[in-house]
Design a binder for this molecule. Structure first.
Ligand code: SF4
Ligand code: SF4
Length: 345
């Protein structure tokens, strides 16, 4: 590991979070091979209830949070999430990440009425064959498309998200065209993270960085569709502003850190106490072993994502191997045994 004197970048950590992600549940009606939450069909009785989430959200609003992302699992699999959205929406930009299979016209109209800002809908391919093979549930593609249509009929903006992997990287362009035809404003092509079931199936589903870069470079988004992607230099180190709480009330900084950190139980201590955890402060400071011009040009932060840096190198300040300029010869198809061990340096 590098000594602190060798590190580059960094800035004084924020005193308060700006954005929070709520991992509302680790349950879902689908069985995706890429699921980072390793969802179960039934929610655990240990998951926080709606009233507890509302109390926690009030702590965040008091601290100045302006953006709330609600994800899971599948949040709509636990209908109490509607109370939480209704509480959050008048107080902050409130977004929902969903597979949309549980959204019909009545649900979409209700989401619109309670003030949801927009919906981010996961599709895992441009065809039912690919998507359903990855979700493990026949008919799920048709239901997600029906959900997107209901959301659009209700006037809700939709962003389609796709986690790139070996089974779907050849149909990203048709996916852009499908999303555009269904009225989505944007498509986010997301890198895979070695978490949950995606970690279990990494050897079968992961791609080399070159293959992922080539798939991205080949994309030609239809006019009017915004393309987002989470590879360098379009995705920076955003630990400096993030807060996240999992379904059991643990403060974890970011949902992509879900298997690596635990800053404390926000049902027994104020959130801001967990915000001062030494590792949380260290990640927010953003010092890294290596950076490049591209990193700094996005948000003025350095080194890329800390989750994948830690997963592959086992060091919090290591270079992010998903960044082309910082990859350093790491084969992203091979997860190192030593990487991503909680408690590592
Ligand atoms: S839809 Fe999302 S939450 Fe549900 S199993 Fe798939 S990845 Fe997990
Ligand atoms: S772990 Fe990665 S995605 Fe999460 S806040 Fe940090 S840099 Fe951003």
């Amino acid at each position: 590991m590098s000594g602190a004197a060798d590190l580059v970048g960094g800035s004084p950590p924020l005193h308060r979070p700006m954005k929070v992600t709520i991992g509302f549940t680790q349950s879902c009606n689908l069985d995706c091979r890429v699921c980072y939450a390793d969802c179960t069909r039934e929610p655990s009785p240990r998951e926080l209830d709606g009233a507890t989430w509302i109390g926690l959200l009030d702590q965040f609003f008091e601290a100045g949070v302006i953006s709330v992302m609600i994800e899971g699992g599948e949040p709509l699999h636990r209908p109490e999430v509607l109370e939480v959205i209704a509480h959050a929406a008048p107080r902050a930009m409130t977004r929902l990440r969903t597979n949309a299979t549980l959204v019909d016209d009545a649900m979409a109209a209700r989401l619109k009425r309670i003030g949801l800002g927009d919906a981010m809908v996961d599709l895992l391919g441009a065809t039912a064959a690919t998507h359903d093979a990855l979700t493990g549930v026949a008919g799920s593609f048709a239901r997600s498309i029906a959900g997107i249509r209901a959301l659009r009929r209700a006037g809700l903006p939709v962003t389609v998200l796709v986690i790139m992997n070996r089974l779907n990287h050849g149909e990203l362009q048709p996916l852009l065209e499908l999303a555009h035809a269904e009225g989505a404003e944007a498509v986010g092509v997301l890198r895979p993270y070695p978490l949950g079931r995606m970690r279990r199936d990494w050897a079968e589903l992961s791609l080399s960085l070159d293959a992922m870069m080539a798939a991205i470079a080949a994309l030609a988004p239809p006019a009017g569709l915004r393309l987002m992607q989470s590879w360098h230099p379009n995705d920076a180190n955003c630990c400096w502003q993030m807060a996240a709480v999992n379904a059991y009330g643990r403060s974890i900084g970011c949902m992509y850190l879900r298997e690596y950190v635990d800053y404390g139980d926000v049902t027994t201590m104020p959130f801001l106490q967990t915000w001062e955890d030494p590792l949380y402060r260290r990640l927010r400071e953003g010092k890294v072993e290596a950076s490049c011009g591209g990193c700094a040009s996005t948000q003025g932060t350095h080194g890329g994502c800390r989750s994948t840096a830690f997963a592959f190198h086992g060091r919090w300040e290591a270079p992010d191997p998903f960044d082309a300029g910082l990859n350093g010869g790491v084969d992203l198809r091979v997860l190192p045994d030593a990487g991503g061990t909680p408690g590592a340096a």
